[in-house]
Design a protein around this ligand. Structure first.
Ligand code: NAI
Length: 484
């Protein structure tokens, strides 16, 4: 027998301890070849003063073991500590969040018996970078950061995943009709990378209709690749459509580390009541066993679990008088799975992971790219100003124009209001003044910007941030204003 694989385990918050206990008992019954190192994370660590929700020595354990099974953690909403989940995913480079969602028809009630999709969600960037600023009395900004390399990494991963798992189609979801640059980049990279996979069908949905189709016609999807926020939302939709958010597990994969967890949260409403469905975490644990190569235990656990579902032994979230036989609690459900260890489902398809070829974890390599010529051609200066007359502020700021750097337009909350002001426009305290290089100058320097900002300071105007306008190989690297 090979040496046991060390696994870091965190029991988390809310229903976390209950579902983790159930899961570990089932893994022990299957004689999973793992050695468990338990760490504490979440609420208890926040209370101990570790503002990241994890103690430094636990990071050591995590980095040493490289594999983690984690129960959900409660993250304060609308304020308080930063999400430990997001911190972990970023610190360990867990760029791919893989969320398979399938149905267990007719045993778990669903309107879509044929649904079988895998959502591959980008895990490190997007709005989850958590870079937020309050800029004026009225306006708060959250930065959506999308990189070409981050997009390429997740999209390549999705295609490689499709190939490795015999999947036929990869669908990209984005909102590139509105975020033409950020989501446009993601879609463009999808088209570029997709061209390298002629054997895989490809399509693209704008995220709103894509999400609606997941709810209404989920069986049309196979692998879906998308950005962080969209992926978070659509995987909960998909899991609920399949029967319950309590069913789906996920893996968070990086080049060196992997973390496995349920897709749902800590469900404080049912915590401590022996009501939670441990299936999401158990399915994540099966993904973990496959990842570490213990396919025997993975197969046993999955089949025993399928048999339990098939026998109608269901937790409250999936209990249904027509298809269920017995409504059980978390502990009793775990017991039922343990009692079926070694059995196989009869109607649901039994699995045998031992038959699958051992290709090892999916690795992705980015294509080298040639350096582009970057030219500074202007600047947006953002202003906190309470006035109501765009012509007044336009006149004051236009006085800062020089031959090298000229005021081109002013927008208010993104809408162009100077030189022309549309009738009946609502005004807010968030103004953007766009300066561009003069006809003769073509490009500008940081010195030009410094002297412009100096003029704002001298005039006592409250500039709140600047964004530089660049061209890359002559192509505009910034969006136009609405109405420009
Ligand atoms: P949630 O997923 O915890 O709960 C949503 C609903 O689904 C609740 O009605 C809950 O009772 C039910 N539910 C969830 N898991 C279930 C299970 N295994 N069995 C039966 N019912 C289940 O989402 P919510 O309420 O939005 O978030 C609660 C907390 O969890 C928040 O602090 C949030 O930040 C955190 N969270 C943590 C995650 C993680 O650690 N990976 C992921 C998502 C949320």
């Amino acid at each position: 027998m090979p040496e046991a694989t060390p696994i870091t385990v965190a029991y988390g918050d809310g229903i976390g301890p209950e579902i983790m206990e159930a899961t570990l008992k089932i893994l022990a019954e299957a004689k999973a070849n793992i050695k468990i190192d338990t760490i504490e994370v979440g609420a208890v660590e926040y209370q101990r003063g570790h503002s990241s929700g994890i103690a430094p020595k636990s990071w050591e354990t995590l980095r040493r073991n490289k594999i983690m099974l984690k129960a959900p953690i409660t993250t304060p909403q609308g304020g308080g500590y930063k999400s430990l989940n997001v911190t972990m995913r970023k610190s360990l480079g867990l760029f791919a969040n893989v969320r398979p969602v399938t149905t267990y028809h007719p045993f778990v009630k669903t309107m879509h018996p044929k649904m079988d999709m895998v959502i591959v969600r980008e895990n490190e960037e997007d709005l989850y970078a958590g870079i937020e600023h309050r800029q004026t009395q009225d306006a708060v900004q959250c930065l959506k950061l999308i990189t070409r390399s981050g997009s390429e990494k997740i999209i390549r991963y999705a295609f490689e995943y499709a190939v490795a798992n015999g999947r036929k189609k990869v669908t990209c979801m984005s909102k590139d009709n509105i975020m033409k640059m950020a989501d446009g980049l993601f879609h463009r990279v999808f088209d570029e990378v997709g061209a390298e996979y002629p054997g895989i069908e490809k399509d693209h949905y704008i995220i709103d209709i894509g999400a609606a189709r997941i709810a209404a016609k989920p069986d049309i999807f196979d692998v879906i690749v998308t950005q962080n926020l969209y992926g978070d939302i659509i995987s909960d939709i998909a899991a609920e459509v399949s029967g319950s958010v309590g069913l789906a597990g996920s893996s968070n994969i990086g080049q060196d580390f992997a973390m496995f967890e349920a897709i749902h949260g800590s469900a404080p409403d049912i915590a401590g009541k022996n009501m939670a469905n441990p299936s999401g975490l158990l399915n994540a644990a099966v993904m973990m066993l496959i990842h570490i190569g213990d396919k025997k235990a993975a197969t046993m656990v999955q089949n025993a679990w399928l048999k339990t579902i098939e026998d109608g032994i269901h937790t409250g979230d999936i209990y249904n008088a027509e298809t269920s036989k017995e409504k059980v609690g978390t502990r009793e459900f775990a017991r039922a799975v343990m009692d079926r260890m070694g059995e196989q489902p009869i109607k649901l398809a039994a699995v045998n992971f031992e038959l699958t070829e051992n290709k090892g974890p999916i690795r992705v390599e980015l294509k080298p790219r040639k350096a582009q010529k970057k030219e500074l051609v202007g600047i947006d200066v953002f202003l906190d100003w309470n006035g109501q007359n765009p012509q007044e502020i336009g006149e004051r700021i236009n006085a800062f124009s020089t031959d090298r750097l000229k005021l081109k337009l002013i927008t208010n909350r993104g809408l162009k209001v100077w030189p022309e002001t549309p009738a009946g426009v609502n005004l807010y305290d968030h103004w953007r003044c766009r300066f561009v290089a003069g006809e003769d100058a073509k490009t500008i320097t940081h010195q030009d910007i410094a002297s412009l900002i100096g003029k704002y300071a001298e005039a006592g105007l409250d500039f709140i941030k600047t964004e530089h306008l660049y061209n890359f190989d002559g192509e505009r690297g910034y969006s136009q204003a609405q109405g420009e």
